[in-house]
Design a protein around this ligand. Structure first.
Ligand code: ATP
Ligand code: AMO
Length: 439
């Protein structure tokens, strides 16, 4: 066995004379002459391997002293409680096996002592991931997705997958990536939107998907990716208020699970996470633009989309008033929402749509959908799209489509706002943006 435990799985009080094996990377070698410490690092943490010259085989001692940082080793030996060592123990080795030697110098410092530019870190992501901050972010991201799946499955949602190669656009406004599909032109999908709606006609009732979305947005910002991960739900026989409730409760649940399950990762990042209070404040679009206009930095007219600056103005305003970072903006003008959003019967210039916002940016959009085929066809045409291209979608509405609602939540934005990370690329293993196609 190369490994019997992770470094954090050892309870020095419980492990007696049993031999253990740890495996990982040489984080540091401290050679003090008469004593040598090798700090071994694995995914979960660190352990101190202690070699006292007088008490240990001379050859093993000399071998340990010469280990090159970031080489891969497996160490077998016995555990001794030691309060000053990480996790309260040290490992006295019988054997150190060098599994792979690292070259030096390293492309990046892994100890966190020397900071590197994001681009340098992304170019060498394999080694960046060995830094404790990066490691913590991705352990938290895992916990977020795990909690999302748990929450939705427990709430009766079935996990589904939709095609990523498609023939049509869904989200007007953002461009598509064209690809060659045999002898035809096709596109990378911007959203599971049309497919999750078709599933409602199929009687699947409540579905969710966690998957990639592709958007050929040319802008280079800290919160846009060209390939992002979307958490999507769609549910039948419910309205937009019902799915907003699912969303806020899910957010609350996910924060709670992260605090409970990965406190050590939060500690590495120096974050004291606060669970958002539900229900989230609901501002109407009208109220939102009034807040912006009353702050005087910008003048918005009814029908304008919210700029980045206005999102910040409203976010700060809400935070000052409520102390909370999450809120909804509801009842958007029908004309600035996608064709599938349901207008209010009595005031069709407003739609049953919402955005879920964080103080700093939009996290999610959703709506009750149009389930009446004629109305949907007209809305597609109104937005300058060709209804014929939507045949495969529209057909699902003519043979018994229930009223339904749903939302899409950007996974990366959810994680970055939770952790207060400045750049969205920090929460993606291998980000795709305007300039980056490798690794
Ligand atoms: P979504 O597109 O998912 O609705 P989003 O937050 O990406 O959400 P966008 O419509 O892309 O929304 O942009 C929202 C606001 O961000 C826009 O009103 C625009 O002012 C601003 N924005 C978009 N691109 C840029 C950019 N390159 N630089 C600065 N601000 C931008
Ligand atoms: P929307 O276009 O608002 O809605 O996208 C939903 C959420 O996905 C995230 N997102 C992105 N994150 C990073 N980079 C991008 N380029 C990017 N684009 C989108 C955001 C955004 O709020 N079909 C609807 C959802 C629905 O109505 O169910 C949709 O796609 O967090």
């Amino acid at each position: 066995n190369l490994r019997t435990h992770y470094t954090t799985q050892i309870d020095p009080g419980k492990i007696g004379d049993d031999k253990v094996a740890l495996a990982g990377w040489v984080h540091e070698v401290r050679d003090l002459g008469g004593i040598c410490f090798v700090v071994l690092r694995d995914r979960q943490g660190r352990a101190q391997v202690t070699l006292v010259k007088k008490k240990i085989d001379r050859e093993l001692f000399n071998f340990a002293r010469k280990l090159i940082r970031e080489s891969v080793i497996s160490v077998r030996g016995s555990i001794k409680p030691e309060e000053k060592a990480p996790n309260g123990y040290e490992l006295i080795p019988d054997e150190i096996e060098l599994l792979n030697e690292a070259e030096s110098p390293l492309p990046l410092d892994t100890t966190g002592k020397v900071d590197a530019e994001l681009d340098t870190r992304l170019d060498s992501r394999f080694i960046d991931l060995r830094r404790s901050r990066t490691n913590a972010i991705f352990r938290i991201r895992h916990e977020v997705l795990h909690a999302v799946r748990n929450y939705l499955a427990n709430d009766g949602f079935l996990e589904t997958s939709s095609p990523k190669v498609v023939a049509t656009a869904t989200e007007g406004g953002t461009a598509l990536f064209p690809i060659t599909y045999f002898d035809r032109e096709a596109f990378l999908n911007q959203s599971p939107q049309l497919f999750k709606q078709i599933l409602m006609s199929g009687g699947m009732d409540r579905v969710f998907e966690i998957g990639p979305i592709f958007r050929a947005e040319e802008h280079d910002t800290r919160r846009h990716l060209n390939e992002a991960t979307s958490i999507d739900i769609e549910a039948s026989f419910v309205d937009h208020f019902d799915v907003m409730e699912i969303l806020e409760n899910m957010v609350e649940y996910v924060y709670t699970r992260v605090i409970e399950n990965v406190p050590d990762a939060l500690e590495v990042l120096g974050i004291e996470l606060k669970v958002p209070k539900t229900p989230f404040l609901k501002l109407t679009y009208q109220e939102a633009i009034e807040i912006v206009n009353s702050h005087g930095e910008e003048e918005l007219k009814w029908g304008d989309d919210l700029s980045t600056l206005s999102e910040h103005t409203i976010g700060e305003h809400v935070f000052q008033e409520t102390g909370e970072e999450h809120y909804f903006i509801i009842d958007w003008p029908t004309e600035i929402k996608p064709f599938y959003a349901m207008p209010y019967e009595e005031k069709p210039e407003f739609s049953k749509s919402f955005d879920m916002m964080h103080r700093t940016m939009e996290l999610s959009s959703g709506a009750q959908r149009i389930h009446i085929p004629e109305m949907l066809k007209n809305r597609i045409a109104d937005q300058g799209l060709d209804p014929e291209g939507f045949d495969f979608y529209l057909r699902a509405f003519s043979y018994g489509m229930p009223p339904h609602s749903g939302w899409g939540l950007g996974c990366e934005r959810f994680v970055m706002t939770m952790l207060g990370v400045e750049n969205i690329r920090d929460v993606v293993l291998f980000p795709r943006d305007r300039r980056r196609l490798s690794p």
